[in-house]
Design a protein around this ligand. Structure first.
Ligand SMILES: Cc1cc2nc3c(=O)[nH]c(=O)nc-3n(C[C@H](O)[C@H](O)[C@H](O)COP(=O)(O)OP(=O)(O)OC[C@H]3O[C@@H](n4cnc5c(N)ncnc54)[C@H](O)[C@@H]3O)c2cc1C
Length: 505
């Protein structure tokens, strides 16, 4: 009864609500300000609910689908339910939407989309999957079935975003690197422009009726007495208050755990002394699902590292670069996003320099070059008219640097990089030279919540836990990237929409 009375009084006066004593953890001040308050009334007063670990639930709103996390996975999970006319709420703990996805470089690993085919950047999905599968196996991902399913769904995800939401991609034919030709797409303005993809998606979802809330951190899943997932408890206003949102389906899309020192300590101890790049990926999705009995898998598969200036790590895919350590020695192939960071951390080299020339500065990623070099001017040296000047400015022993260039030039002559197997942009760098200094950081993880084909969270004996789904980097999808996370969200959204339809039939 209290809850019914409470809902009836919502939004009237903070004092009377406080006097009623039925707010549970809802702070009176928040009740007045909270845009969720008074939105909907639960018609099931007899149901006794408790969030894992604390009592007194009071729903401020009820929706069909509640999505925790507003990265590509969360937004993509909203697409099908919104289209089916369901009420959808997307909630993020940060002040801005988009999570790590929005901050990412935007190198989208996908093959066979209409967007690519139309531009002649054709590579069959099967052939591309062989490449991706090999890479995943090499890094220790063993559960490849889901990764393959997501890789195969990724072109549909790209085409859906382009055709129905107006997401914009750059011309795929600008990718010259042999290894990744037909296997990657970039947003319209190149590296770092996830805005061209995520803003149209967000706006399209808003127009279609989805509701967004920022600064809402999910802290517990709410269960009914029968242990059915009924909603989520949020800590709001920087943790001073609590809001409970009821939902028929909860989708956890809260990202990976690369920024969680305790989880990295537990599962990836070899990487715990490496810095992390964001605060989005604290493993809260994994912990929320674990709290309701969900299993975690693949958490100890080594997480790939990148540069602390992430876009610079991708430059080698788009133009000639040479990577050297503090002493001027080459130590990793340049046409790979992760190679330098992984090798730098593994060999404890501390930091590295990416050396580049005017071809990269004026090439297809000139926007990224300008943005990154101006934002990190104290880490950039050049223009330098010769190697001696470059070595002096970078504090590298001149003789070693010259030796490295000589060996690299010999590899170019031979047409083969015996040292690191680089295949793209195996060409001479010409003065004036530039270089940018970087260090390795943790930025994504591969393990997460074990799910079934539909993204339902799996508990003990692999039984699906009713009402809760997980997608994107929170789930054990193996692929750990934008395309896999987006495709995973899209598929989970479709499964959620179908299951609601099933309930209502
Ligand atoms: C700098 C950088 C560059 C990258 N570049 C690339 C790239 O070029 N290509 C590529 O494929 N991948 C890249 N990645 C990885 C890629 O961004 C992620 O794999 C992908 O974005 C994951 O998407 P997601 O939606 O699952 O998670 P996210 O985008 O991280 O979204 C999760 C959201 O959940 C929110 N959240 C977390 N906990 C809670 C909670 N308790 N309550 C409410 N909200 C919560 C977070 O704030 C976040 O907004 C990059 C990552 C980084 C950090």
């Amino acid at each position: 009864m209290e809850r019914r009375a409470f809902f009836k009084l919502a939004g009237i006066s903070a004092a009377s609500l406080a006097a009623l004593g039925a707010l549970g953890a809802c702070d009176a001040g928040i009740v007045e300000d909270n845009p969720l308050m008074g939105a909907l009334e639960s018609d099931d007063a007899s149901e006794s609910l408790s969030p894992a670990g604390s009592p007194a639930v009071s729903f401020s709103a009820e929706v069909d689908v509640l999505i925790v996390g507003s990265g590509v996975a969360g937004l993509s999970a909203a697409i099908a339910p919104v289209k089916a006319g369901r009420s959808v709420m997307i909630v993020d703990k940060l002040e801005l939407l988009g999570g790590e996805s929005y901050e990412s470089n935007g190198v989208i690993c996908v093959a066979g989309s209409d967007v690519q085919r139309a531009a002649g950047a054709d590579r069959s999905i099967d052939e591309a999957w062989q490449v991706v599968q090999k890479k995943l196996s090499e890094v220790g991902v063993v559960e490849l079935a889901l990764a393959q399913r997501l890789f195969e769904a990724a072109p549909r995800w790209v085409d859906l975003l382009a055709s129905e939401y107006g997401a914009q991609f750059s011309d795929p034919s600008i990718v010259e690197s042999d290894d990744v030709k037909g296997l990657i797409l970039l947003p319209k303005n190149g590296l770092g422009d996830m805005e061209s993809i995520m803003v149209p998606l967000r706006d399209g979802l808003l127009d279609a009726g989805a509701v967004f809330h920022t600064d809402y951190r999910a802290t517990a899943v709410i269960l009914s007495e029968a242990a059915v997932v009924r909603g989520v408890r949020f800590s709001v206003a920087k943790g001073t208050s609590t809001v409970d949102v009821g939902a028929r389906r909860v989708v956890v899309a809260a990202g990976g755990f690369s920024s969680s020192q305790p989880l990295v300590h537990s599962y990836l101890p070899d990487q715990e002394r490496i810095a992390c790049y964001t605060t989005a990926s604290m493993g809260e999705g994994q912990m929320l699902c674990e709290a309701v009995g969900g299993q975690l898998e693949g958490m100890d598969v080594a997480a790939p590292l990148t540069s602390d200036i992430p876009q610079a790590a991708a430059w080698g895919l788009f133009g000639p670069t040479l990577i050297v350590d503090a002493l001027g020695n080459r130590f990793a192939r340049e046409d790979s996003i992760d190679a330098a960071a992984n090798a730098c951390a593994a060999d404890e080299r501390g930091y590295w320099w990416t050396i580049f020339d005017e071809e990269l500065v004026n090439g297809g990623q000139s926007r990224s070059l300008a943005q990154v070099t101006s934002g990190n001017s104290r880490r950039v040296v050049g223009p330098c008219n010769d190697l001696a000047a470059l070595a002096a400015q970078a504090g590298i022993p001149s003789e070693t640097l010259e030796g490295t260039f000589a060996r690299f030039d010999a590899a170019i002559e031979a047409g083969k990089d015996e040292d690191f197997g680089r295949t793209s942009f195996l060409q001479k760098l010409n003065p004036p030279y530039y270089a940018i200094k970087q260090m390795p950081v943790r930025y994504k993880t591969r393990g997460g919540v074990r799910t079934d084909e539909d993204g339902r969270v799996l508990g003990s004996l692999d039984a699906a836990i009713s009402g809760i789904y997980c997608c994107g980097a929170s789930a054990a999808i193996g692929m750990a990237g934008i395309a896999a996370s987006g495709a995973s969200g899209m598929l989970v959204g479709e499964a959620v929409a179908a299951s609601l339809e099933g309930d209502d039939a």
